[in-house]
Design a protein around this ligand. Structure first.
Ligand SMILES: [Zn+2]
Length: 76
């Protein structure tokens, strides 16, 4: 069995508290008229996270019940 090329890559996913804060930022952005994702993504970016489309899903259940907003958001 051959491991994927990124299997040994080290990165940090947002903590539970960071995700909750980002969700709140997203809801505030809705109230401000910007929409959820600009607020949510902007919050995570301000913490140094970046969304990576080239890595596997980072959801705890592998996306079984749908991908979370913080899916693939990682910090090197
Ligand atoms: Zn996912």
């Amino acid at each position: 069995m051959v491991a994927p090329a990124n299997a040994t890559e080290e990165f940090t996913v947002p903590s539970h508290d960071e995700v909750l804060a980002a969700l709140r930022a997203g809801y505030r952005a809705i109230d401000d008229g910007y929409g959820f994702y600009p607020g949510f993504n902007g919050w995570l970016e301000s913490l140094g996270y970046r969304r990576r489309d080239d890595i596997d899903c980072t959801c705890p259940d592998g996306g079984y019940r749908g991908h979370l907003p913080e899916c693939r958001w990682v910090r090197p």
